[in-house]
Design a protein around this ligand. Sequence first.
Ligand code: C5P
Length: 297
Amino acid sequence: MSVTVRVPAKVNVQLAVGGARPDGFHDLANVFLAVGLYDEVTVSPADTLRVTCEGPDASQVPLDRTNLAARAVEKLAARYGRRADVHIHIAKDIPVAGGMAGGSADGAGALVACDALWGTGASRDELLEICAELGSDVPFSLVGGAALGTGRGERLRVLEVGGSFHWVFAVADGGLSTPAVYGEFDRLNEGVSVPAPVASGGVLAALASGDASALADAVSNDLQAAALSLRPSLASVLAVGVDGGALAGIVSGSGPTTAFLVADAEAGGKVADALVGAGVCRTARVAVGPVRGAVVL
Ligand code: C5P
């Protein structure tokens, strides 16, 4: 007996960041879009909790208790007073690069999979609460589609989307630590009174109308300057993608993955070729969003 859950990657079409809070986190207005690159998380009964992973980036995935999938299963087991004795297998297609919520996807996937395997019957709100304990981006991996995340990004309001958006992702070599990027954001804004983050009317309207050009004009990421400061080479990745025909290029989340919005699949192929041809990224992946969040297969 086993249960498999498919979970998508995400891109942030807007990431507005406020000042540092007393708890060290930052208030956000975080507009998430789920895109069609997926991990599949399979859980099955086992003698003890263990994690395995397959896929091109599998060697970069931690298989110990720091893996969000393992932590998700432990949290659900603790709540329901049972042992977390499952084998979690992750078929990983989401690039392991940072900025695409691959780890968050595995956390949400393992949670939904174990809920089904054990017949726990946890409510959606309860699952979302566990997701929020696991990390700021994890609730969105469960919900998918498009959503505005406030608080530290975990409080979600589902957004209507009027069409499909085509993206190219330039997958960087080597990671960027999320806390380090937020730390650099704080350093760059030292002495500045950072305004409270608000969702952009332009972003929400472009999503609602499905208008890629309008979305290209509206996308923004307040962490981009910090990511570029720590990894200056990302500027040339952005330039190559835009010169290659992208409508817009942006750092995804805290990076180092960069995301390019393109008009259609054909333009996506050209931008991906330009990025790979220029040798500015490890690989380039094309994907369309929005797509559904975690689903049991
Ligand atoms: O919630 P998550 O574990 O993904 O956060 C990782 C780190 O990113 C946090 O420890 C914090 O440094 C930073 N962060 C933040 N404000 C947020 C989300 C994350 O400062 N809203």
